[in-house]
Ligand binder design. Structure first.
Ligand SMILES: C[S@@+](CC[C@H](N)C(=O)[O-])C[C@H]1O[C@@H](n2cnc3c(N)ncnc32)[C@H](O)[C@@H]1O
Length: 255
């Protein structure tokens, strides 16, 4: 996609993202940092639509906003779109995120990355990102792709499946700065990076507010089961769906 088309796409998806953003997560984030005059860092900020969203929010009152994006044309468009914004100062940086992180920075109060994290392999990038906020700071990694794509209406099942496979492969095999970068199942992989995140107390408390103890146990056991099956399938090189029981060799059919 050329720059002009991508800019049109980022502009068009703003209202789609408005509806896709989890309102409860957004409200929890603004309740936590809104009145603290946070210094905000936005990674992969594109043409600045998140800044517009934040400026329209009645609770969020950033002291400053640093928008980092690797594409010159997007940063120029962000400057143009946000030229009239008077609510808080915005600093525009055209840089690769990994170079920006390597540059050494004073940690921020809030780090936002919308529709961005899946461009990286999470186990590699997350430890670096976690250093970008101060110890009691917050992160909003919203709209992270998680491998689920649906084409409706169905035209040709086999063709649809190939399109979805190619779409996911374009993420998994993406090369950025000479390295394989991107993960079509980034969202679920983020949930399992316990060694990197250390399951901090505020995450535990936020979860405990949403789910009662019985639900917490049910959810945790579901995650344990999924993790266990993944380890068996990957560890023993058994692609999901390849097992055929010797007692019931016929694949199960749906009624
Ligand atoms: C899918 S867009 C999302 C843009 C914006 N966050 C939004 O939701 O509209 C991903 C953005 O990440 C930027 N990007 C991708 N890789 C990057 C990198 N390594 N360093 C900095 N920006 C990057 C792209 O230029 C693009 O603007």
């Amino acid at each position: 996609m050329d720059d002009a088309s991508f800019i049109r796409y980022l502009s068009a998806k703003k209202t789609v993202d408005d509806r896709a953003l989890n309102r409860r997560v957004w409200d929890a984030m603004t309740a936590r940092v809104g009145s603290l005059f946070p210094r905000v860092l936005e990674l992969g900020g594109g043409i600045g639509t998140m800044v517009e969203r934040a400026a329209a929010d009645p609770v969020l009152r950033p002291r400053s906003w640093t928008l980092v994006d690797g594409q010159v044309a997007f940063v120029q468009e962000a400057r143009r779109r946000l030229a009239g914004l008077r609510k808080f100062p915005v600093e525009f940086l055209c840089a690769d995120v990994e170079d920006f992180i390597a540059g050494g920075i004073e940690p921020f109060d809030l780090v936002i990355a919308n529709a961005f994290l899946d461009l990286f392999y999470p186990a590699r990038i997350l430890p670096k990102l976690l250093k970008l906020a101060r110890s009691s700071g917050s992160f909003l990694f919203s709209i992270t792709f998680d491998g689920l794509t649906a084409l409706e209406p169905e035209v040709d099942r086999e063709l649809d499946r190939r399109i979805v496979d190619l779409y996911h492969r374009s993420m998994d095999e993406r090369i950025a700065a000479g390295k394989v970068s991107g993960d079509s199942r980034c969202g679920r992989h983020l949930l399992t990076l316990l060694p990197q995140t250390g399951a901090p107390d505020d995450v535990y408390l936020a979860m405990a507010r949403e789910f009662d103890p019985a639900e917490q146990v049910a959810l945790t056991l579901a995650i344990v089961a999924i993790n266990g099956w993944n380890r068996l399938a990957v560890g023993f090189r058994r692609p999901v769906g390849s097992y055929v029981s010797s007692r019931h060799p016929e694949p199960a059919t749906m009624p």
